[in-house]
Write a protein that binds this ligand. Structure first.
Ligand SMILES: NC(=O)c1ccc[n+]([C@@H]2O[C@H](COP(=O)([O-])OP(=O)(O)OC[C@H]3O[C@@H](n4cnc5c(N)ncnc54)[C@H](OP(=O)(O)O)[C@@H]3O)[C@@H](O)[C@H]2O)c1
Length: 335
């Protein structure tokens, strides 16, 4: 396994983090489900392979994911790094059972700890920005949780760059614990964060945790122009695609991944993940699986060392168009 520091912290996390969005027997949205017996095999194999980093959220199957993750980790659960999140709607009928208010965060942390069967959370993340709560209220509450020992590190997820900068600057001014990581969508088909979020995080010392690095499985090569969408796959469960990308371009990228896979005697999933974890700003790629077989495939990425020329080629064919003011700033950077 490859280990990287989580942002500017001294904490070492495996470059592959196992996401637990699929840890549910009843199913959750398009993520699908897995019987507990398979979850147990997946977690055992992950631990044996050196994965020490697991990501979940309170809203994944409304607590079932946290519960099953804690159960599958068993006696190992205090040795590994567990990240979870707060912000989503836990009870449709309760206007306070959501968001980033002091009320909801303090209730949520205790519920997450109970479900995970732990006394503390390693990385507590705010799932996405809350327009209805002042960020000052949120960061003060998170700071209290760190001081109480219920939380060791705090992070954000799905923030715009200005939201990250505003939050961290306020944390610094107030002498509060600062966000150390940014969990963001990042894949060969979605590199938008490179323009604003990544430079902000690099400047402030936050590590990127790349979610859906396989674009929900699209980059494994199992979807193709020629064949129908495979049954019981993520994309077969979605009414319309959740991640936004151009289909034709995506099929072209998959074709190129297949060629590279042949060259390296690897699989398209391994080539994709190897590219993601090669990025210095990425602390860990958060993968999702629905079977032990998929996990075995994906973990193989740590043994694939892509040559500089192939990394550059993948960069080149997936380069998104530079938005303003990036192209302007680049043009005049040296003046
Ligand atoms: N912060 C956020 O907003 C946010 C959002 C989404 C996810 N996340 C985190 O990121 C984690 C990963 O997200 P993700 O599940 O979308 O990641 P992903 O790795 O891009 O996609 C995982 C899905 O792809 C398919 N797959 C994976 N490996 C495969 C293989 N080798 N061969 C064939 N199919 C394969 C499986 O779906 P099927 O078998 O069902 O097709 C699997 O569930 C989540 O568990 C969660 O922790 C965070």
């Amino acid at each position: 396994m490859i280990y990287k520091n989580l942002g500017n912290t001294g904490l070492k996390v495996s470059a592959i983090c196992l996401g637990a969005m699929t840890f549910t027997e009843k199913g959750w949205r398009s993520a699908g489900s897995m019987p507990f017996s398979e979850i147990q095999k997946v977690v055992n194999y992950a631990l044996d392979s050196g994965i020490n980093f697991f990501d979940t959220a309170d809203i994944y199957a409304y607590g079932e994911s946290e519960e099953l993750l804690g159960k599958a980790l068993g006696a190992e659960k205090n040795k590994v790094i567990i990240a979870t999140k707060v912000r989503g709607v836990m009870d449709e009928n309760d206007p306070n059972s959501r968001g980033l208010s002091r009320h909801h965060i303090l209730n949520s942390i205790d519920n997450s700890l109970k479900r995970l069967g732990r006394d503390y959370i390693d990385l507590y993340q705010v799932h996405w920005w809350d327009n209805h709560t002042p960020i000052e209220e949120t960061i003060e509450t998170l700071n209290d949780l760190v001081r109480q020992g219920k939380v060791r590190y705090i992070g954000i997820s799905d923030f715009a760059a200005w939201q990250i900068v505003k939050s961290v600057m306020l944390q610094e001014m107030k002498g509060f614990s600062k966000f150390v990581s940014a969990q963001m969508y990042y894949s060969l088909l979605g590199r938008d964060i490179e323009f604003e979020v990544v430079p902000a995080c690099e400047d402030l010392g936050l590590g990127i945790l790349a979610w859906s690095p396989l674009a929900g499985g699209f980059l494994t090569g199992k979807y193709s122009r020629e064949k129908a969408i495979p049954e019981d796959s993520r994309y077969s469960r979605m009414e319309r695609p959740f991640l936004r990308f151009d289909m034709e371009k995506a099929y072209f990228v998959v074709d190129e991944l297949k060629k590279l896979a042949e060259k390296y005697d690897a699989t398209p999933a391994q080539i994709t993940l190897s590219w993601v974890i090669s990025k210095p700003f990425v602390s860990s790629a958060i993968i999702g699986v629905r079977s032990l077989e998929q996990l075995k495939d994906n973990i193989g990425a740590v043994d694939v060392k892509l040559k500089e020329e192939d990394l550059n080629y993948l960069d080149e064919i997936t380069q998104p168009e530079k938005p303003y003011p990036q192209w302007f700033l680049e043009m005049f950077a040296d003046l």
